[in-house]
Design a protein around this ligand. Structure first.
Ligand SMILES: [Fe+2]
Ligand SMILES: [Fe+2]
Length: 198
């Protein structure tokens, strides 16, 4: 559920969720194509997706949620503490899940069909994990933020999230991630990306 808000941080969070969803759908498309016996996309596409998630959602998006959005919310209300704890715990699981996915991909490349089912199941589980996580943030955390945060809180949070989105603010880091996302979109097959359908 999307909230209506003029705060740039909320628009950026929703936009970053859309990008993460697109990448995860690309991962699902990858394993579902193999499962249906279609030509498998190049594994480098899947690895580019893992790198994107590791470099942006994991290193930038989640930490900013923890440090600014969640931290300020805890100062203003205790009504959603349990949800915040759950989300913070999920943020911490992200890196190990990415390692497990890369291992499962490598095993599939080495062993072929024998290792496919566990790789497939892991991708589907990972997709649900992210979808539930972002849904909880959009359905519970963002509405609570609009309700409880002060103008001063928003000034800090908006500035922090806007810094993510400003390519001139960094040292080319954001630009290189945008290029990586564009690469994923260009090589991932339709309907997720703009590459040839498989
Ligand atoms: Fe999150
Ligand atoms: Fe998020």
């Amino acid at each position: 559920m999307r909230v209506l808000s003029h705060h740039i941080a909320i628009r950026i969070i929703e936009n970053e969720h859309d990008r993460l969803s697109a990448v995860i759908q690309g991962m699902q498309h990858f394993v579902r194509a193999i499962n249906k016996g279609k030509k498998a996309p190049d594994p480098k596409v899947f690895r580019a997706m893992l790198v994107y998630i590791s470099e942006y959602p994991q290193k930038v998006h989640h930490p900013k949620e923890d440090q600014y959005l969640f931290a300020r919310l805890r100062q203003r209300t205790n009504r959603i503490n349990q949800t915040l704890e759950e989300l913070e715990s999920q943020h911490k699981q992200g890196e190990s899940q990415l390692c497990a996915l890369e291992l499962a991909l490598t095993q599939y490349e080495l062993e072929g069909a024998a290792a496919f089912q566990s790789f497939f199941d892991m991708v589907e589980t990972h997709a649900k994990f992210h979808s539930d996580h972002m849904g909880l943030e959009e359905d519970v955390v963002l509405p609570a933020a609009i309700k409880f945060l002060t103008q001063d809180d928003w000034a800090v949070i908006n500035a922090q999230f806007a810094a993510n989105a400003d390519p001139l603010a960094g040292s080319g880091y954001k630009e290189s991630l945008d290029k990586l996302f564009a690469l994923i979109v260009n090589i991932a097959p339709a309907p997720i990306g703009r590459g040839p359908a498989t």
